[in-house]
Ligand binder design. Structure first.
Ligand code: 6PG
Length: 266
C-alpha cells in the first residue's frame, strides 16, 4: 500500500484546475504505456469541478478520448437523467463534450432501469461489469483503474461509504447497494474499500473549512470505520488534493510557505 501524499493548493479553484491538469497528464501517460486509460469518476462539487476544468483545458486535446474507459466510484440510485445523479453531472461537465466511445463509458444503473428499484441487483450487476473487464491473469475482480477519484464528506465519508455503516466494513463485495444512507438519497451504489484499493492511484480531492476535521482525522490515522476516507488507499499512490482550508487542521500539513506545496507525512 502506498503512503499518503498531500498536495495543498491555495483555494478550491486552483485545486480543481490543478487536479484537472494532473488527470489529463495521467490519462496521456497511461495511454502511452498501454494504449488505453481507465478512470473512476466521483460526484460532489470538487469531483465535478475537476471534470469541468478538464473540459475547459486546451490540453484535453492531448487525450485520445476514444480510448478512455470511464467508471464511477459511487452513484445516487435515482432515475436516468436525474440531475442529482453523478453520471448526469459528469456528462454535463465533460463527457458530453469530448469524443468518448459510449461503449467504454460504464455508469451505474439508474433506479428506473432494468433492475427497477432493486439497488442490490443493480450493485451486483456493476460488479459483473467490472469483473468482465478485469485484466487477464489478474486476481483482482476489477479492471486496472489508473486513477480513482474521490470526494470527502464533512463526516469523513467517501464514495457512498459512510462512517459506522456495514458498507464501509464490507470486504466480501466489490460493489454494494447502500440502504438508509444518512445523506439523501437513501439508496446508493458504491464500490467498497477493497475495490477502491485495487486502483493504481487514489486521489482524495476536497476543499473548504468544513472538511478540515475529517481530513485531519484521516491523515492522523483514524480507522476507516470512523472516517471512511482514511481507508481509501491506492496500490501505488494515495494522493490528497486539498485547498488550504481543508488542510488547516492537519498537524502534518503546516501552513504552506508558497502558494502550492506538497508534503509527505511521516
Ligand atoms: C453525494 C456527494 C458526496 C460528495 C462529498 C464531497 O453523493 O452525496 O457526491 O459524496 O462527493 O460530500 O462533496 P464536495 O466535493 O462537494 O465537497
Amino acid at each position: 500500500m502506498s503512503n499518503d501524499e498531500v498536495m495543498v493548493h491555495s483555494d478550491a479553484d486552483v485545486l480543481t484546475a490543478a487536479a484537472a491538469a494532473r488527470l489529463i497528464t495521467r490519462i496521456v501517460d497511461a495511454q502511452r504505456a498501454r494504449g488505453v486509460a481507465s478512470i473512476v469518476l466521483t460526484g460532489g462539487g470538487t469531483g465535478i469541478g475537476v471534470l469541468r476544468k478538464v473540459r475547459e483545458s486546451p490540453a484535453n486535446a492531448a487525450v485520445d478520448w476514444s480510448a478512455v474507459n470511464v467508471f464511477w466510484g459511487d452513484e445516487r440510485f435515482l432515475p436516468e437523467g436525474d440531475g442529482e445523479r453523478n453520471e448526469t453531472q459528469a456528462r454535463e461537465a465533460l463527457l458530453d463534450h469530448v469524443p468518448v466511445d459510449p461503449r467504454r463509458v460504464h455508469p451505474m444503473a439508474p433506479s428506473d432501469g432494468r433492475f427497477g428499484s432493486d439497488v442490490d441487483a443493480a450493485a451486483e450487476h456493476y460488479a459483473e461489469v467490472l469483473g468482465a473487464l478485469a485484466e487477464a491473469g489478474s486476481d483482482r475482480p476489477v479492471p486496472r483503474f489508473d486513477v480513482l477519484m474521490l470526494g470527502v464528506g464533512e463526516e469523513g465519508h467517501t464514495a457512498s461509504l459512510f462512517p459506522a455503516t456495514p458498507y464501509v466494513r464490507d470486504t466480501e463485495h466489490v460493489v454494494v447497494g447502500v440502504h438508509d444512507c444518512p445523506k439523501p438519497p437513501a439508496e446508493r451504489i458504491s464500490l467498497t474499500l477493497p475495490a477502491i484499493g485495487s486502483a493504481a492511484e487514489v486521489w482524495l480531492m476536497t476543499g473548504g473549512a468544513g472538511k478540515a476535521e475529517a481530513v485531519s482525522r484521516a491523515l492522523g490515522g483514524a480507522h476507516a470505520v470512523d472516517i471512511p476516507a482514511a481507508g481509501a488507499r491506492g496500490r501505488e499512490r494515495t494522493l490528497w488534493l486539498l485547498d488550504r482550508q481543508a488542510a488547516a487542521d492537519s498537524a502534518a500539513v503546516t501552513a504552506p510557505a508558497t502558494p502550492e506545496q506538497g508534503i509527505t507525512p511521516p
